[in-house]
Structures are given as structure tokens and as C-alpha cells.
Design a binder for this molecule. Structure first.
Ligand SMILES: [Zn+2]
Length: 501
């Protein structure tokens, strides 16, 4: 163990100051701060393995909470855990209690906490096509753990991250804290912070070694990165983001990598001999039947309507808004720049929606035209304020609906200042569409499933893609799911991933 007790709590700057003073490190003269996996000398040498594990343990529940919990389907989760453990067998730092968890979200990502806690989302699993591709992702994350990259970037600024998140809805703090800020403040978010390109290269090089040792074909690292890139491009179009811009939760933004660099990593690892197992059949057999899209427990998007069968309410977004659900909020975007964010907030003792809007939610904002109203028999209040978006001033319409003693539902409707007139009525109609739904209506809502089926002679891509929930991007999405190039057709008996309601 490298850590001397007196260095507990010292940050990197204090350590550097100590180095300059020449005295502070004398106690650890015999301590080699070289990482066993990367072979690099590193400041993390002053953090103990125990510290890593404690940090991972403490943040594991927060990760689960922020990403929809663990996806509990025993056969699939055992499969992922066993592949992970097989990879970890060849890794350094056997002291870590390696644990591989599937997160119950359609977001496409994988990440790791220090101490051996590794996560992969259901959304990412739906895109992979073979066990080797899955192993490549797990091996890459495993390498971030063994190279202790998380510990090295521990001091990265939370403030910058917060700005990034607010930036993702194009809004600078206008005094209206949204759900975004709440996740921005959890330490768990550090896990999905982007790594540097150097760390990515190192994770690929080590990951390729781990997967080769476990008998997998290391080419899968590059092929799957290709699929992830295709997916992120389709997703940007679905979300109405400008070309080349990525969603901040997508794996391509948290792990900046290029296929070129992965191939270089393969050469650096000197283990790219094109051999090893792909395990395509095994993989498809295991993901057959997996939930696809939103879990009804977290609410469902059906066309322009968001429905929550557990909390039992629904509302309708204005036409052409693309809605997206995440564990903490529902976000909608219009191609012309208008946005909406829906979430829930604690009442913090406020006695009415009016009181809440003025003294809790928007306590720091200058509100205009604050008024009370009733929506579907519930106490509500609304007002507007101004803020700054990426492209200039915006008007923000805030609406709070009291759902009970402890919680309020909140809408933020955001439009560029010069489009205020165009949106006023449409936002109003969307807010007023909020209503509670019956138990019976709620019980009818079921999750979509990913099925793996052999193509029939008369199947075509347009027909099979129709079951996807992405409207005019269905076919593009279908091709990404099934590794089909733009003009490639399907052949009879080819095993294809389709979505069933
Ligand atoms: Zn990475």
C-alpha cells in the first residue's frame, strides 16, 4: 500500500507544493507510484486501492439512481457478469471486486467507477452484434479501472460539468434550477465525464490485450466503434441536433475515440492477428427478448404524448417536438430552436403552486405575470422569465403543478426571444394538456422488446423497421441495429433484430 496517512486529504496542488519544498514526500521514499496496468508513473499512486473501492461502493447506488436502476434479467445479467469476469482474470489489480452491471436505460453508454464497478446500458447492448463486441466495450472500461484513470481526473472541475449540462438544453442559469442541475451535483456524474484522448488510447490498448487473452477477436473493438459512430449520427438527427453535435450522455462524447486510433491501439498491443472468437449466435440468443426503449416504470413516449403509467399522468408536447425521456426528466426539442423540459421537484414546504414557483423553484429569478390556475383539478401556477440561450436571449415559461403534499411537476417551455409570439399559445396548450390517467389506461401500457428473428423471403427493411419508435428515422435506425450498410439488402433466414410492442 502506497499511501502514507499524512497524505490523506492532500490534493494534487498541495502535493506539488510539497514536492517543491522537498520535504513532504520523504515518508514515502520506498513507494513506487507506477500503475501496474499502464506502466506509467502517476499521482494515483498516492491513493490506495482501498480508497478506490470505497469510492466505487459509495457511488454505485447513485449511478443506479441516475440511470434507471439495474436491468434485472438474470440470464442476461449473468452472461454479462461472466464475460466481464473472464476479462478481469487477465487484468492487473485482482484486489478490485469486479462487478458488471446492466443499466436499465436506452441511453447508449458504458462507464466505470474506480474500484472495479463497470456499467453498460441496455441501449448499448441493443447495438452490439456479437459477444466479442460486448467484450470489447467491457475490456475498454475495465482498462479505465486498472489504469486508474478515474482517480487521475478526480480533480476535474465540477463547475465546468454543470455548465456543460445546462448548455445541453441551451440555457445558462436563469435562476430556474432544473433537474439537470440536480444530477450535475452528484459525484456519480464524474463517472460519465469524458476522458482525455490519451486515456482513451491507453484504455483501448489495454482492453485489446484483455480481450485477446480471454480468447476474443480483437477486431471487434473497431467494428463496434463503427456501429456506435453510425448510431450517434442517427441519434443526433433524431434529436434534431446540428450535424456533428453529440448528446452529452452518448458514449461517443464521454469516450472520444476514432476507428483510426483503435487500429493503432491494436498495433500497439501487438495482438491483432485476426483470430479469436466472435460469438455472434450466443450473443443474439442472450439479447433476444430484452426490453427496448423506455421502461414503462420510467414513463413512455407515444408520438407527441408522454405517459407515466406508475405516476399516472400524461401530457402532450406541441407538434414536431421530438421528446426524449431520461431517468431525471423529459426533454423536447423543436427543429427551430424551441425546447421544453419536464421534471418533478420537492415542494420544500411550499403550501401552494404559487408559493412554490415564487419562493422555491424560481426564488432567484425575476418573474413576470405570475398567476394561479387549475389544471385537471390540480393547483398550478405559471410565470415567465428571461434567460440566455446559446444563440441569444430566450423566453422561459415556467409552470408548476402540485401533485401532492411533497412534490410538484414542472414544465419549462423555452423559446428564442424573437419567436415568443409564435409559441405562446402552443406552450399554453401543451401545459394545459397535463391530466391524470386511470389505472386501467395505465395497465395497458407495455414495454417494447427487442426480438431476434430470421428474415422471411418476403420481408423487406422498410416493413421490418416500421415497428421502431423513431418515425422517419426508423430505417436508418434499423440498419444501425443490424449492421446493414446504406444500400445493403437482407437475405432469407438472416437473423435480424426487430422491435415488438
Ligand atoms: Zn473510454
Amino acid at each position: 500500500m502506497c499511501l502514507e496517512p499524512e497524505y490523506h486529504g492532500l490534493n494534487r496542488r498541495q502535493l506539488l507544493a510539497g514536492l517543491a519544498g522537498g520535504a513532504a514526500l520523504s515518508g514515502s521514499a520506498g513507494c513506487v507510484a507506477t500503475n501496474a496496468a499502464s506502466g506509467r508513473e502517476s499521482f494515483t499512486g498516492f491513493r490506495s486501492i482501498k480508497d478506490d473501492i470505497a469510492e466505487g461502493r459509495a457511488n454505485h447506488p447513485k449511478i443506479l439512481k441516475s440511470f434507471g436502476g439495474a436491468y434485472e434479467e438474470r440470464r442476461l445479467s449473468n452472461y454479462v457478469q461472466n464475460i466481464g469476469l473472464r476479462l478481469a482474470k487477465g487484468a492487473e489489480y485482482q484486489q478490485y471486486p469486479y462487478r458488471f452491471t446492466i443499466l436499465n436505460t436506452q441511453i447508449v453508454n458504458a462507464f466505470a467507477l474506480p474500484g472495479g464497478f463497470i456499467y453498460i446500458t441496455r441501449g448499448l447492448l441493443s447495438l452490439a452484434s456479437s459477444e466479442a463486441e460486448l467484450a470489447g466495450v467491457l475490456a475498454h472500461e475495465l482498462a479505465h479501472v486498472t489504469a486508474r484513470h478515474g482517480a487521475e481526473r478526480r480533480s476535474a472541475q465540477q463547475v465546468a460539468q454543470l455548465g456543460l449540462l445546462l448548455g445541453s438544453i441551451g440555457l445558462q442559469a436563469a435562476g430556474l434550477p432544473s433537474g439537470l442541475m440536480q444530477i450535475g451535483q452528484t459525484a456519480a456524474l464524474a463517472a460519465i465525464k469524458g476522458y482525455s484522448r490519451e486515456h482513451e488510447f491507453e484504455a483501448d490498448t489495454l482492453g485489446i490485450r484483455y480481450m485477446s487473452q480471454a480468447g476474443y477477436n480483437a477486431d471487434a473493438m473497431a467494428t463496434f466503434l463503427g456501429s456506435l459512430r453510425e448510431h450517434s449520427q442517427v441519434e443526433s438527427r433524431v434529436l434534431g441536433l446540428p450535424p456533428g453535435k453529440l448528446d452529452e450522455f452518448n458514449i461517443m462524447s464521454t469516450h472520444p475515440r476514432t476507428i483510426e486510433r483503435v487500429k493503432q491501439a491494436q498495433q500497439a498491443a501487438a495482438q491483432s492477428n485476426g483470430q479469436g472468437r466472435w460469438g455472434q449466435e450466443d450473443y443474439l440468443n442472450h439479447i433476444d427478448g430484452m426490453m427496448f426503449g423506455d421502461d414503462p416504470k420510467q414513463g413512455l413516449i407515444r408520438d407527441q404524448t408522454f405517459i407515466h403509467p406508475i405516476l399516472r399522468f400524461e401530457f402532450r408536447a406541441p407538434d414536431e417536438f421530438h421528446l426524449r425521456n431520461s431517468p431525471t426528466r423529459v426533454e423536447g426539442r423543436h427543429p427551430d430552436g424551441a425546447m421544453m423540459v419536464f421534471d418533478a421537484g420537492p415542494a420544500k414546504g411550499a403550501q401552494s403552486a404559487f408559493d412554490y414557483l415564487r419562493h422555491v423553484w424560481a426564488a432567484k429569478s425575476q418573474l413576470h405575470d405570475l398567476e394561479s390556475l387549475t389544471i385537471d383539478g390540480l393547483d398550478a401556477a405559471t410565470a415567465w422569465t428571461t434567460g440566455r440561450g446559446k444563440k441569444g436571449p430566450v423566453r422561459i415559461r415556467a409552470l408548476a403543478i402540485r401533485a401532492g403534499q411533497k412534490q410538484l411537476y414542472r414544465f419549462m417551455f423555452i423559446s428564442p426571444q424573437d419567436q415568443t409570439g409564435r409559441w405562446a399559445q402552443l406552450f399554453r396548450r401543451s401545459g394545459l394538456s397535463f391530466r391524470r390517467i386511470s389505472k386501467r389506461a395505465a395497465a395497458k401500457l407495455r414495454a417494447n422488446r427487442l426480438l431476434v428473428v430470421p428474415a422471411r423471403a418476403d420481408d423487406n427493411i422498410a416493413g421490418l423497421a416500421r415497428t421502431l419508435p423513431y418515425g422517419r428515422y426508423n430505417e436508418a435506425w434499423f440498419r444501425v441495429l443490424n449492421d446493414l450498410a446504406p444500400n445493403q439488402t437482407i437475405r432469407k433466414n438472416q437473423r435480424l433484430k426487430v422491435v415488438a410492442g
